[in-house]
Design a binder for this molecule. Structure first.
Ligand code: HAM
Length: 413
């Protein structure tokens, strides 16, 4: 679990604001959801046999003995909230959420036990047009950050719940006689979550998988049509993708479309965003059958990518303020604070800090330098008496000028 300190938090804010602007442009509505949910929501929704539920949840007992869990993901809670509020019946919803998720995973660069997601979810629409919209939305994220050349889209279809069940049976029938030759994880998954074996990195398991039944052979016509229409729309939108028939995702709720945005620039934790369709989820957690689709991006991973790529790579996040007011006499502190207040109002983008704690001008200028300010406003006896300030550049020692307070905002613009 990481602390986000000021410089990192500044970059974080800019990335998040950029993504929020894109979401607003697609008219998605924000929801705020609890960090704690009943454990049962995830065991039912995400799936008892998934790694997330079986091995990674932070679960505890509430004081009355109820099982509660720090959310490991946002989709189940989002579906629960909208369903409980009666917002899913005969309606469509397009929402997003941001905030921390918790998984007990082995930490490494880009993988943390507390991490932040921005998730977008659509309910009540079953067509491939919505899948395409979600992919266009995420594509616009990368464009807005200028990192689109760093990411590629991997796409697959799992078909309907029935296709998936049929395929699962065929895969288990094929693998069971050779179970002893599979790696340890895959042997365990054979009874709990066999589709995840397709993700195995073990060379020996991969060799066995070469002749395994293939998922595309089990996809029914309606699911194929859904996928074909999605591909057509992506083409029209100019969004490139590759078909990865091995992509099954680690959560049980998916049906039909699944996808991941991956990058080669982050090493092992290269999936920056992932999602798909989950038409069975709402019913699974106690609601009426309601189609759904969505995705979530890992904010830390996206932020890491912006450090070396895109529009924010060269931007300076090291400074805490633009303007530093040096107050030479304690008696003028109130005057200085009002000048700063007026300046903030006139130039809302300026970050204005007023020196506190007294002391010599030299020390105040040193503080100004330390917080990265470009300008010091010197407020001494003469300045205050004449309703003026001396504006001193901290980048160019020769640039200094005394101006009337009324001209200050314009000068600093
Ligand atoms: P997920 O693939 O488990 O899907 O997570 C989505 C994204 O969150 C990942 O692609 C990754 O960028 C980020 N992420 C996951 N685990 C970690 C971690 N330990 N540290 C840092 N980042 C991480 C979901 O959570 C689904 N709820 C997505 C979804 C929404 N599907 C439909 N709607």
């Amino acid at each position: 679990m990481r602390d986000v300190l000021p410089e990192a938090a500044r970059r974080w804010r800019v990335v998040e604001d950029t993504l929020r602007r894109v979401l607003a442009g697609f008219a998605y509505e924000e929801v705020h959801l609890p960090l704690l949910e009943f454990t049962e929501l995830f065991s039912r929704g995400v799936g008892e046999a998934t790694d997330i539920v079986a091995k990674e949840m932070y679960s505890l007992e509430d004081r009355d003995g109820t099982g509660i869990t720090l959310r490991p993901e946002g989709t189940a809670g989002c579906a629960r909230a909208l369903q409980q509020a009666g917002l899913l019946f005969n309606q469509t919803q397009r929402v997003f959420y941001t905030g921390p998720m918790f998984r007990y995973e082995r930490p490494q660069k880009g993988r943390y036990r507390q991490f932040a997601q921005i998730g977008a979810e659509v309910f009540g629409l079953a067509g491939p047009d919505v899948d395409a919209e979600l992919l266009a939305l995420s594509w616009n994220f990368w464009q807005a950050l200028g990192i689109e050349s760093q990411v590629t889209l991997e796409l697959n279809t799992l078909g309907s719940a029935q296709c998936r069940a049929d395929y699962r049976r065929a895969l288990v029938d094929y693998l069971t006689p050779q179970a002893k030759a599979l790696d340890e994880d895959s042997q365990r998954r054979l009874t709990s979550n066999p589709l995840r074996i397709l993700d195995s990195k073990s060379a020996q398991t991969r060799e066995i998988l070469v002749n395994a039944p293939s998922l595309p052979d089990y996809i029914d016509t309606a699911s194929r049509d859904h996928f074909a229409r999605l591909c057509e729309l992506l083409e029209q939108l100019g969004i490139g993708w590759t078909h990865n028939p091995q992509l099954v995702r680690g959560l049980d709720y998916y049906t039909h479309t699944v996808f991941e945005w991956v990058t080669a620039a982050l090493g092992a934790q290269g999936t920056i965003c992932a999602g798909g369709r989950y038409d069975g989820l709402v019913e699974l957690i106690g609601g009426k059958p309601t189609p759904g689709a969505g995705f979530a991006l890992g904010l830390e991973r996206v932020i890491l990518l912006t450090e070396n790529h895109g529009y924010l790579a060269e931007q300076d996040f090291s400074t805490a303020s633009d303007v530093y007011c040096c107050v030479l006499n304690a008696a003028d502190q109130g005057w200085a604070m009002s000048v700063a207040a007026n300046l903030r109002q006139a130039q809302p983008n300026l970050r204005v800090r007023v020196h506190a704690g007294g002391g010599k001008l030299k020390n105040q200028l040193r503080r100004a330098d330390l917080c990265g300010a470009s300008w010091a406003l010197i407020m001494g006896e003469d300045e205050v008496a004449n309703n003026q300030v001396t504006v001193k550049s901290l980048r160019d020692a020769t640039a200094q000028r005394t101006v009337a307070i009324s001209a200050l905002a314009e000068l600093l613009k």
